[in-house]
Design a protein around this ligand. Structure first.
Ligand SMILES: Cc1ncc(C[n+]2csc(CCOP(=O)(O)OP(=O)(O)O)c2C)c(N)n1
Ligand SMILES: [Mg+2]
Length: 1013
């Protein structure tokens, strides 16, 4: 602590800062320091309170140089030194409030604490103090504190405003302060570099002006970059730094603004291809929505949402793919998908264990809007992923393309914070605000972002402040709503002009050279226009270039599904033994061993008894896929244990707390297994897994909702990515969503995975929706998904059970696992030709309601009397709702020759569940004279009852009603009444549906199976 007395030494600034803090709050310094000050070593008199802001303060006479004074400093000198050190600290923290950040010249907000007078200081006072009072690189070589302070102001309040005080790690703060004050990222810029920036800005600007003024592109929406032009050289710089540091892949996400410019210049999409899309927007990707309907359908996307991929070569030394991910109009929702994709690119998954991550393998760059960044919650959700072990990518570089307006909305109406970037402070992300008219400052910011990212593996944010030269799009008139802003914009020269004038002044280029650059770019664009106009329809984009894995279109009809090979009983038994054994000395909870591990160890002994429960079947499916070389990644809230304490994929030692994951230790595994408890988010986490599955096409990626209801928190990701990503962008997602679903009286928010939402979005074989009833079916479904990852990838949406997880009637036997495959439809287990001949009513259902229809309550779960005694009724299950199993259902119907009615039974309200989806499809398949009706809850606004008693009443009613009054068989030779069966009115508001008079389909027994359970 002695160096506290060395007010002229290298620690002077620090010591004085401590003293200043001590004076303001003795508890704010550590005890040792406090003891020194309290001991009287430092004079105890407090400095006078600061004068009011703006008040003139007479300079205090000071000794010629404090440094020359050999004796102890006087109170006055000490107080001045403390005040100077305090001001230096405040400049470091708040200098950004005085920075000249707005290219349009508005004054910075400033802050009184940045003024000399506030600290009772004058320039003369500072001149009398040594530079070391200020400390840091700014003090080096400065003749006194005044000069050092001036340098500090120039650095912290120039074209860049730095915010790093919110960072809690001292080492990072010190690195940032040194980087800022040494100005090292500004150094080494040559005249050639400056000319290169001018050339780049010329390309950026000329491209926009060409589109604005040249037929036939004029007047078309392009969301021009103008005003934020420097974003392109900033991206160039980041990409170059990434390549130089050995990054293997860059993944970028951005919205509409400036996207065409970035596609052309950063991604290298050829001008003629871009212009052709303007010239003829009817993309050849269009295909009929449903074959044979004559509808043109809609596939593909507008040009400013499309992705692109290029291979970046830096001086022939390194090849690095750069991907701009396609994105929907929904601002910021692409963020987690980009980060998920980057994570997938960082992981090696081809051997046993957990994935091996190399954060250098990819870099994620996200470009945000200044209104969207603070406004859209998905931004915060994505930032929250950045340091989590299941999600980190070693930092993302963020750029806010801050054009000071959002559509027609001013910042004061779109955020509650001073800066657009303030949200990032909560995540301890360093923030640089930079004036977009100062390219050198912008490029220095980019270099600093890369260096920080490489050193600390964390996010960094550049708030790139420009303006928007035109309206929201090129046909909008911004002067209606922002007349004053646009008066400034109109007077303001274009970024290229600003930079050209600067370089002319510096003698780096002549006016003629600058003009020649413009002409050269114009010539290139004119030549590209010729090419684009000569081709009447643009050629299909090459799959190698589009940001998709295969570029192929989805057939309208379901492609034949590859089935997984059967896994022999012995293999499953071996895997089971590995799943439920622990390393030497590992002590899992004894309760868990008793209730969970031991029953599972013995569950495969007898091949016929049904002892394999749902989550056990899941573990066996995972284990078997790993042995076949399919990596697996499972995430979700509390997914390691499972919401319903059913899964336990990770065990914890009761002594040490250490975790052990058997699936990462299977001796037979040839691929990695990852399971992570996710943060409490739906949209960012599903978006992340979408992106992961797009890149890691060989991996079974599963996301689980805590309860299925919560999946609607991810609705934008579902609608904009999962459901339509293939149709719009030819992406091939294969994500599995596990959505706990089922009516068990737990109330409106714990019952429904909203299967109706998915079914409504099904078309063109875009996904698979399943709601199965046995552990073996789930096992086979997962294994089939694994087998199809490469050949026929599709998202798989599974309504997973809650009460069936341990229900003995949903458990399966070893034989059911080893034999057979996934069945899209399961016939009544009692079906025989003799019994079927007397069946007049077929109940069809999907998922858990089947168990309610057939079995009574715990503890015996015996067959219900209605079921057991109902000779006229059969109960079939539709286990896969989409693709709708038309053939299997046709065959099922045909196997009941006396059928008079089909009832669709569901536990969801009539406006929910599968009813509205299956009704027209079933109607079209009904044999002549067979009617279709609905059994279930009436239409409702809320998915389920709040009271358990009401739930039970409804559930019992719909079960009883399903069996009641089954019609007698028609006399042999009797005529069917062609759908004239009377409405029963028994279903609490449900309506009967007249059967569509379908032509009797030819029937086969294919896929219709009897599943003994
Ligand atoms: C989630 C979402 N809500 C609304 C919109 C409609 N919209 C398109 S652009 C825009 C303004 C965006 O402002 P900003 O983030 O500042 O980006 P800029 O257009 O200024 O580049 C809005 C509201 C949208 N695209 N996405
Ligand atoms: Mg904006």
């Amino acid at each position: 602590m002695n160096n506290l007395l060395e007010f002229h030494g290298p620690n002077a600034g620090y010591a004085l800062e401590l003293y200043d803090r001590y004076l303001q709050d003795p508890q704010s310094v550590d005890a040792e320091t406090r003891a020194v000050f309290e001991s009287g070593i430092v004079p105890p008199s407090a400095p006078p309170p600061p004068p009011a802001f703006g008040a003139k303060v007479a300079p205090v006479p000071a000794p010629a140089t404090a440094a020359a004074d050999a004796g102890p400093p006087s109170d006055v000198v000490l107080n001045k030194a403390v005040a100077a050190a305090r001001l230096a600290r405040i400049i470091r923290e708040l200098g950004h409030l005085n920075a000249r950040l707005d290219p349009l010249g508005s004054d910075p907000p400033g802050d009184p604490s940045l003024e000399l007078a506030t600290h009772n200081l004058t320039v003369a006072d500072l001149e009398a103090l040594p530079a070391s009072v200020i400390g840091g690189p700014s003090a080096q070589g400065a003749k006194n504190a005044a000069e050092a302070m001036e340098r500090l102001r120039r650095v912290y309040s120039g074209s860049i405003g730095y915010e790093d005080d919110h960072i809690q790690v001292a080492e990072e703060r010190a690195w940032l302060r040194e980087a800022v004050e040494s100005e090292r990222f500004f150094k080494g810029v040559t005249a050639n570099d400056k000319r290169a920036v001018l050339m780049r800005l010329t390309e950026v600007d000329t491209f926009e002006q060409f589109l604005q003024n040249t037929q036939p592109f004029q007047g078309q929406k392009r969301f021009s970059i103008e005003g934020s032009d420097v974003m392109v050289p900033v991206l160039d710089t980041i990409i170059r730094c990434a390549a130089e540091s050995g990054t293997c892949e860059v993944v970028m996400g951005m919205a509409h603004r400036g996207r065409l410019n970035v596609l052309s210049h950063v991604l290298g999409k050829p001008y003629d291809q871009m212009l052709a899309e303007f010239h003829n927007p009817n993309s050849p990707e269009e295909k009929p929505a449903v074959a044979g309907t004559g509808s043109l359908g809609y596939s593909g996307d507008v040009k400013y949402h499309k992705g692109y991929r290029r291979s970046y070569t830096n001086n022939g030394e390194c090849e690095m793919p750069i991907t701009l991910a396609p994105n929907p109009s929904h601002l910021e929702f692409v963020n987690p998908a980009v980060v998920g994709r980057a994570r997938a690119a960082q992981e090696k998954r081809d051997k046993q264990g957990g994935p091996e991550q190399d954060i250098k393998a990819s870099l994620a760059i996200l470009i945000h809007g200044d209104a969207a960044f603070p406004g859209q919650g998905i931004v915060a959700e994505t930032l929250n992923l950045s340091q989590l072990k299941g999600y980190t990518v070693g930092g993302t570089i963020h750029i806010i393309a801050n054009n000071q307006v959002g559509f027609t909305t001013d910042p004061s109406d779109s955020r509650s914070t001073l800066y657009a970037s303030d949200l990032a402070k909560g995540f301890e992300i360093p923030i640089l605000h930079v004036n977009g008219d100062d390219p050198l400052a912008c490029l220095a910011a980019a270099r600093m972002a890369c260096a920080y990212h490489q050193k600390f593996g964390k996010d960094f944010l550049i708030d790139l402040i420009g303006y928007r030269r035109l309206g929201h799009n090129e046909t909008d008139e911004p002067r209606f709503t922002q007349p004053l802003l646009y008066a400034k914009v109109d007077r303001h020269p274009r970024p290229r002009e600003v930079w050209a004038a600067q370089l002319e002044k510096e003698g780096v280029v002549t006016r003629a050279e600058a003009d020649a650059m413009v002409q050269e770019v114009r010539d290139r664009l004119m030549a590209a226009r010729q090419t684009a106009l000569a081709v009447p329809t643009p050629a299909p984009s090459s799959p190698a270039h589009e940001a998709s894995s295969d570029g192929g279109m989805v057939p309208d009809e379901p492609a034949s599904r590859a089935e997984a090979a059967a896994v022999p009983a012995e293999t499953l038994r071996e895997l089971n033994a590995s799943l439920y054994s622990f390393p030497e000395g590992f002590q899992p909870s004894s309760k868990l061993v008793r209730l969970f591990v031991e029953p599972r160890r013995g569950a495969l002994e007898d091949p016929e008894t049904r002892r394999v429960e749902w989550a056990h079947a899941e573990s066996l499916a995972f284990a078997s896929l790993l042995t076949e070389g399919t990596p697996i990644r499972l995430t979700g809230q509390d997914s390691e244990r499972g919401t319903f304490t059913q899964r336990h994929l990770v065990f914890h030692d009761t002594e040490t707390g250490n975790a052990y994951t058997p699936l990462q230790n299977l001796p037979q595994a040839k691929a990695t297994f990852a399971v992570y408890n996710s943060p409490l988010s739906e949209q960012a986490t599903v978006g992340f897994e979408y992106g992961y599955s797009i890149h890691a096409t060989e991996t079974l990626v599963l996301w689980e909702a805590q309860f299925g209801d919560f999946v609607n928190g991810a609705q934008v990701i579902l609608d904009q990515f999962v459901v339509s990503g293939n149709a719009k962008w030819q992406q091939t997602p294969s994500l599995v969503l596990l959505l706990p679903h089922g009516y068990e009286g737990q109330g409106p928010e714990h019952s429904s995975g909203r299967v109706e939402r998915f079914l409504q979005s099904c078309a063109g074989d875009n996904m698979i929706v399943a709601n199965c009833t046995t552990a073996a079916q789930y096992y086979h479904l997962l294994r089939r998904q694994g087998a199809q990852l490469q050949s026929n990838p599709r998202p798989l949406i599974v309504m997973t059970p809650k009460s069936l997880l341990r229900h003995p009637r949903a458990a399966s036997s070893l034989r059911e696992l080893t034999e057979g495959t996934f069945q899209s439809v399961i016939d009544d287990v009692r079906a025989t030709p003799e019994r079927n001949a007397g069946v007049t009513r077929l109940l069809l259902c999907s998922g858990k309601v089947y168990v309610d229809l057939v079995y009574g309550p715990a503890p015996k779960f015996e067959e219900r009397a209605e079921y057991a005694s109902s000779d006229r009724v059969a109960v079939g299950r539709v286990e896969e709702l989409y693709p709708f199993p038309t053939d299997a259902i046709t065959a099922l119907l045909a196997s009941y020759p006396a059928l008079r009615e089909v009832a669709w039974v569901q536990e969801e309200p009539q406006n929910m569940g599968a009813w509205t989806f299956v009704a027209p499809r079933l109607s079209a398949l009904l044999p002549e004279g067979v009617t279709l009706r609905y059994e279930g809850r009436a239409e409702a606004a809320s998915p389920a009852e709040g009271k358990i008693s009401a739930h039970e009443r409804e559930q019992n009613r719909l079960v009883r009603s399903s069996y009641a009054d089954a019609l007698a068989p028609q006399p042999v030779g009797g005529a069917y009444t062609n759908g004239a069966a009377p409405a029963t009115g028994r279903n609490g508001g449900g309506s009967d549906v007249r059967a569509a008079r379908a032509t009797k389909s030819k029937t086969t027994q294919r896929e219709v199976t009897t599943h003994a359970d």
